[in-house]
Design a protein around this ligand. Structure first.
Ligand code: GLN
Length: 552
């Protein structure tokens, strides 16, 4: 029998509702329960796959190819488990299901209405996920903040679930308490309003997580308790902290796990965030630094500059740095600098390692290619991811194989040397303007050649080690791209020393390239960052960081 915990946000967005949800999940998991988490995004998009980075930030990809919000990434990193399409819901998805059902007469000729049919569909999905995952606890994070028009129907679904399963549903409100400079005091009024708004949707929070820059003091705890109708011990202080992985530990200082279990009338099955605490202590106590540059492109949003978002990469670098007992010092470099002034490239010498992440669109590409050339020639450890691999191929093609103006057809459809090209099924999708969920998405197999550099990395850090007769490894990694290495050029590249160390066995597509006689030069068509978590960092990142430390 599953128990349900709804998490909603008050006052404003961006205050760590996702991390709170993931942390509650971690705590319950550490007490011996099976936990799963669902993210509800109130937008009409069916998934996050068609949104640009300024609108959405990173698009996270699950093993079954769902393109979703980075909160799913947080859940995976905290829970150490792979989630699926069952863990994600948007307004678009709910309506799409309801409309499809109506078209196939599944409502038996009834008038299909927003209420109750839409909330009913939300509830059906939540229960289905509970059944499929056999979870003891299902956490459901409702995106946006209370009082928004967009998430009302999801709150309505939550209210209806509480009505049906009163003993098995609780509500958590993550609210913000500002400390305005001119007043110099923490204010509770916005949170009081948020609770009232939630009340008017028929919901009373059981627990309030008080997010603020400072810890909550007694007078304010009392005030929130009295005005928001929540027991004092159920108001949890959640001040800003530097390390997100410390949040579950901090919550436990306020006994959050026990408070939640008491509300459901059950007891912990085991005790302990032990392994997690050990990881956090290592993260906090390492002082030796490793300097990593991530070369991307930047977007402007109003008066703010936002980096093309790479949260999973940042986290993966942290995980593998702690694993190697160092603290990562990350720098964001804009590739366009190298286009304007090649002298800028020399600054790359100051870094121990360079990452070129995935991306779309032409801007900043030539700068990235120059940076890759610099890393190859000056022997700076280099990790290329997705677009990063495609550009490493283009660089090698142009500068080592002498294929002048070689390119990807994504950027120059008329190039004489289409090193990166479209597969026929992709050509068709683009011709028919079918952009949603048509990229090569999610897990694909990759056979890694015995004794290659990538092989040694996976061997050492043990990641699904299925071997074939020749001793090659079969691994699975997550993808999100349309274009592929063009195998017509494979021979020329091999003759010039590039090693194709990972190949998809079903389609013969190139998955990993590497350059021998280099401290570390590996690039993959997939996204290793999606599979990294703090207790199980990714082999390629681990080896990349290890080489970066050696390169110091
Ligand atoms: N734009 C490239 C492609 O579609 C790379 C995508 C990526 O880096 N995720 O193949």
């Amino acid at each position: 029998m599953a128990r349900y915990i709804f998490v909603a946000g008050g006052v404003m967005s961006g205050i760590g509702k996702g991390i709170t949800t993931a942390s509650i999940g971690k705590i319950l998991q550490s007490k011996g329960f099976k936990v799963t988490a669902i993210k509800i995004d109130p937008y009409v998009n069916v998934d996050a796959g068609t949104m640009n980075p300024v609108e959405h930030g990173e698009v996270f990809v699950t093993k079954d190819g769902l393109e979703c919000d980075q909160d799913i990434g947080n859940y995976e990193r905290f829970l150490g488990e792979e989630l699926t399409d069952d863990n994600y819901l948007t307004t678009g998805r709910v309506y799409q299901t309801v409309i499809n059902k109506e078209r196939s007469l599944e409502y038996n000729g009834k008038c299909v209405e927003v209420v109750p049919h839409i909330p009913n569909e939300v509830i059906a999905k939540i229960k289905r996920t509970a059944r499929k995952t056999k979870a003891d606890f299902v956490l459901i994070e409702i995106g946006g903040t209370v009082g928004e028009y967009q998430n009302l129907l999801f709150l309505e679904a939550a209210r209806m679930m509480k009505l049906e399963k009163s003993k098995n549903v609780i509500f958590v409100l993550v609210s913000y308490l500002p400390v305005p400079k001119i007043i110099g005091e923490m204010k509770t009024k916005p949170t009081q309003y948020a609770v009232r708004t939630l009340n008017s949707a028929g919901i009373q929070p059981d627990i309030i997580i008080a997010r603020s820059e400072a810890p909550l003091d007694e007078p304010r705890k009392n005030k929130i308790s009295v005005f928001c109708n929540v027991r004092k011990e159920d108001v949890i202080s959640a001040p800003d902290i530097g390390l997100i992985y410390e949040v579950p530990i901090n919550f436990e200082k306020d006994n959050l796990g026990k408070i939640i279990l008491n509300k459901f009338g059950i007891k912990a099955r085991k005790k302990g965030l032990d392994e997690w605490e050990k990881m956090v202590n290592t993260a906090k106590s390492t002082n030796k630094k490793v300097k990593i540059a991530i070369i991307g492109k930047y977007f402007q949003s109003g008066s703010f500059f936002v980096p093309d978002s790479y949260i999973s990469i940042i986290e993966a670098v942290k995980h593998s740095s702690w694993f190697n007992k160092v603290k990562p010092e990350l720098s964001w470099l804009s590739s366009s600098a190298y286009e304007k002034n090649p002298e800028e490239l020399k600054k790359l010498k100051n870094f121990d390692g360079v990452i070129i992440p995935g991306g779309f669109g032409k801007r900043g590409l030539e700068g990235k290619i120059k940076a890759i050339q610099y890393c190859r020639e000056k022997k700076i450890p280099f990790l290329g991811i997705c677009l990063g691999m495609q550009l490493a191929v283009i660089e090698f093609g142009r500068n080592v194989c002498n294929l002048k103006n070689a390119d990807s057809v994504e950027f120059n459809p008329k190039t004489k040397y289409p090193l990166i090209d479209l597969m026929p099924e992709q050509k068709l999708a683009l011709k028919e303007k079918k952009y949603g969920k048509t990229m090569r998405l999610g897990n694909y197999k990759c056979l890694i050649t015995k004794n290659s550099r990538a092989y040694l990395a996976y061997l050492k850090h043990g990641f699904n080690k299925t071997k074939n007769k020749k001793g090659d490894f079969l691994i699975e990694e997550r993808h999100r791209h349309r274009y592929e290495f063009n195998n017509e050029f494979k021979k020329i590249f091999e003759e010039k020393g590039l090693v194709f160390s990972g190949i998809n066995p079903e389609k013969g597509l190139v998955e990993i390239i590497e350059i021998p006689n280099h401290p570390f030069f590996i690039a993959g068509q997939f996204h290793p960052e999606f599979k990294s978590n703090p207790l199980s960092p990714h082999p390629l990142f681990n080896e990349f960081i290890r080489s970066a430390i050696k390169n110091k």
